[in-house]
Design a protein around this ligand. Structure first.
Ligand code: ATP
Ligand code: MG
Length: 459
């Protein structure tokens, strides 16, 4: 186990604190020793503690009160109580309130260490149990990947092939295409599925915070670092670390990440000891990393390290045949989760949903379905019930135009758009020109003229 057990000692007598701190530190524990119970409780709020040792008799807040508070808020942390020799009733009392053990003062070192060792063991088992339970919930809850298009079957194939190994996986795809879902699926179909799945969004935090979030920090390594903190890399030990929005990493963090990926070891911020971890890294981005490499904003060596296995998620508009399936899936799931009656979409409404471009992909589809379930009064959802951006051409056009740069060459852009629309119509019409012309509302001869003009050929 690479993790150090973190022990919080609370005693108003400074001498005892010093002795305990030295004894426990020598025994290999990470120790925080505080002489004020109120500070200690505040400390618990923002740190990860494995075991609490507290004195019983203290001014203002007693050990009993510390115990009650810990049991209430952090029931998984074992608490050992130190009592003065002779107050045996008090000891029985605290055991009734859920103390893990009590130690009478003065104690022998062995006696104290044994008690702490047992408490640490319990804490470790608790931690594993919580990770397992969380995993099981996720495993049966969220990783259903719906779809039977060729594109999604290729993705599922990749997941199956990648899962058994420890190779790093890079997942790319537009926003809302299911990158996180796929990352979880890889974890839960892998041999490490009983280990933790730990997810970090590299965009949500500023670089300094992200660094200590990932690698953890030692007590006192910067102002505000009141305690040692385990980073996500340590938390993911034995499991999978999901690095979301990896394209947002600063150059400095790119270097650090590369080192961990190569050596599987690192140091906490402000720390000396090297920590070894057994993790699998799955990274995701909606950026074109290859391009970022060419621009010089993303390290090429890191890119190759991450891109051992590449899963490219197709946008929803490129696998429209999955749309009806997904609609059915979300109707059922949302109805079940919210205790509502499922609704059906009319065939016409389905046509609109299937024809829409879905810039926000599956997440947007899910939102639309949810909105219909909540807002529509009748059991069937018709075209008029759909949000305007899907139902009406004008707003569809507007959202497409909103994606274009403000500065552009009008004539040139219009031609490009025309060519793109023609290509798309051909694909949708399976290259039957009469059908494509019909979709575009033009004659077959006009279509043929334009195909020639833009140099578009059959398949
Ligand atoms: N194939 C699928 N089947 C069922 N649900 C899906 C599928 N793909 C995605 N979803 C659902 O769509 C939503 C968005 O997926 P997810 O969060 O994985 O996307 P993402 O690619 O990580 O998006 P972003 O880039 O915005 O972070 C989630 O609620 C997810 O459960
Ligand atoms: Mg995501």
């Amino acid at each position: 186990m690479s993790e150090t057990t973190h022990i919080l000692v609370i005693d108003d007598e400074k001498n005892y604190l010093l002795v305990l701190e030295a004894l426990l530190t020598d025994a290999g524990y990470a120790v925080t020793a505080l002489n004020d119970p109120e500070t200690a409780l505040a400390f618990l709020e923002e740190s990860e503690v494995d075991v609490v040792i507290t004195d019983m008799k203290m001014p203002r807040v007693t050990g009993r009160e510390v115990l009650e508070r810990v049991k209430k808020t952090w029931p998984h942390i074992p608490v050992c109580i130190m009592t003065a020799f002779g107050s045996i009733e008090g000891a029985v009392d605290v055991m009734k309130y859920g103390a893990f053990d009590y130690i009478t003062k003065p104690f022998s070192n062995d006696e104290l260490l044994l008690s702490v060792q047992n408490a640490a063991e319990l804490s470790r088992v608790h931690r594993q149990y919580r990770a397992l339970r969380a995993n099981l919930e996720e495993r049966y809850g969220t990783h259903q990947i719906i779809g039977r298009s060729k594109a999604i079957r290729e993705v599922l194939d990749m997941v199956d092939r990648a899962a058994p190994s420890r190779s790093t996986v890079l997942i790319t795809g537009e926003s809302g295409t299911g990158k996180e879902l796929v990352a979880r699926a890889i974890h839960f179909s892998s041999p490490r599925n009983s280990g933790p799945f730990v997810s970090v969004n590299c965009m949500a935090l500023n670089p300094g915070v992200l660094e200590s979030e990932l690698f953890g920090h030692e007590k006192g390594s910067f102002t505000g670092a009141m305690a040692m903190r385990r980073g996500r890399f340590e938390q993911a030990d034995g499991g999978t670390l999901f690095l979301d929005e990896i394209g947002e990493l600063t150059p400095e963090l790119q270097v650090k990440l590369l080192r961990v990926l190569q050596e599987r070891r690192f140091e906490r911020v402000g720390g000396g000891d090297e920590i070894e971890v057994d993790i699998r890294v799955v990274a995701a981005t909606n950026k074109d990393l290859q391009k970022e490499v060419e621009n010089g904003t993303f390290r090429e060596d890191l890119y190759y390290r991450l891109n051992v296995v590449h899963v490219a998620l197709p946008p929803l508009r490129e696998r429209r045949e999955d749309i009806p399936l997904l609609v059915g899936h979300f109707v059922e799931k949302l109805a079940r989760d919210n205790g509502m009656k499922p609704k059906t979409f009319t065939p016409e409404a389905h046509d609109y949903l299937t024809g829409y471009e879905w810039p926000g992909n599956i997440r947007q589809l899910q939102n639309v379905v949810e909105r219909c379930l909540v807002l529509v009064a009748s059991d069937t959802v018709g075209v008029d019930d759909l949000p305007p951006e899907i139902r009406d051409e004008e707003s569809q056009l507007k959202s497409a135009v909103d994606l274009l740069p403000v500065r552009l060459d009008l004539a040139d852009t219009l031609e490009k758009i025309e060519a793109a629309l023609i290509r798309r119509a051909l694909v949708r019409a399976e290259f039957v020109q009469v059908k494509a012309a019909e979709l575009l509302g033009i004659s077959k001869s006009l279509l043929q003229y334009k195909l020639k003009k833009y140099g578009i050929t059959g398949h």
